[in-house]
Design a protein around this ligand. Structure first.
Ligand code: RIB
Ligand code: CA
Length: 298
């Protein structure tokens, strides 16, 4: 079977880095065409630098990195440096990147990939949805070229950045409202599913032996553990048999400061899909197996 062509739009970010390392370790399953970055966990300068550090550590110098929006559409910028560290990959030990950053803006790059695509493309959005909202607003003609948009974001109940909201949505609720309005074929991987995926200590002990990516992941999680939010998106692309989904609609609260960024899921016949469950144990095993491919790397 041909590998699935995918563009990752991200804000690395510790858990973004694991999502990317796993995707980059599976070229026979996922063909990463490029990485676009956005302000989120850290300012876009850091998320772009980190994306370059990640492709370099993975030995994938063939992957272009395109910097994107430096701020949300309307609200003031928020970060998660308390979770991810000042540079966004606290404790990784990865060297500064030498991998070049591309001249095109992320939104231009996304439009270019979609224009050139011979089949509808997959976009994995694992940060705030600012780039994606601008893409579909600027180029609505390209929406049919999006085969699927897989979003890590939202929560059926509760939140992590406030008691009502999950970070990626909270960081740009206006963008999320545009993207999740139903015109784009989106599949949502919500916080309810991802927050429960906390790997055991032996998981990280194994990682130590998996080259520079494995060492970086073990070191980052040792500094401060993060639930496996974003790699759950990579897992859905690589091993969909581990997931159960259902149809839904999503409303995003954009105009109430008390519940800003809250996602209200409804309707079993909605235009979107949402992950209900994932086989966590098998997902964690597959992630370790994928990371093991770096064992041969320096
Ligand atoms: O709420 C978790 C999400 O917010 C993840 O994508 C994490 O990287 C942060 O961006
Ligand atoms: Ca992220």
């Amino acid at each position: 079977m041909e590998p699935l062509p995918v563009i990752f739009d991200c804000d690395p970010g510790k858990d973004d880095s694991l999502a990317l390392f796993v995707a980059l370790a599976l070229p026979h399953v996922i063909d990463v065409l490029g990485i676009t970055t956005v302000a989120g966990n850290v300012p876009v300068e850091h998320s772009s630098h980190n994306a370059r550090r990640i492709v370099e550590a993975a030995g994938r110098h063939d992957i272009p990195v395109y910097p994107g929006c430096a701020r949300p559409l309307l609200r003031h910028a928020v970060t998660a440096v308390d979770v991810h560290g000042t540079d966004g990959m606290g404790g990784s030990g990865l060297p500064d990147a030498e991998h070049p950053v591309e001249d095109f803006h992320a939104v231009e790059a996304l439009a270019g990939f979609l224009e050139e695509a011979s089949t509808p493309l997959t976009i994995a959005a694992i940060g705030p949805l600012t780039n994606i909202a601008l893409l579909i607003s600027l180029r609505p003609d390209l929406v049919p070229a999006i085969g699927q948009l897989v979003v890590m974001g939202g929560a059926r109940k509760g939140g992590n950045v406030t008691r009502n909201a999950e970070f990626n949505i909270f960081a740009d609720p206006h963008a999320a409202r545009i993207v999740l309005a139903g015109k784009v074929p989106a599949t949502i991987v919500p916080l309810d599913v991802t927050r429960r995926i906390l790997p055991p200590q032996e998981w990280f002990d194994a990682m130590e032996g998996y080259g520079e990516p494995g060492r970086a992941v073990a070191a980052m999680w040792r500094e401060s553990p993060v639930a496996l939010h974003d790699v759950t998106v990579t897992g859905l692309l690589a091993w969909p048999e581990l997931y159960s989904l259902e149809a839904c609609s999503v409303d995003v609260v954009w105009n109430d400061t008390g519940t800003l960024g809250r996602t209200v899921f409804s309707g079993e016949d909605g235009p979107l899909s949402v992950v209900k469950r994932v086989d966590q144990r098998r997902l964690a095993d597959r992630v370790v197996e994928a990371m093991e491919t770096y064992v041969a790397s320096p």
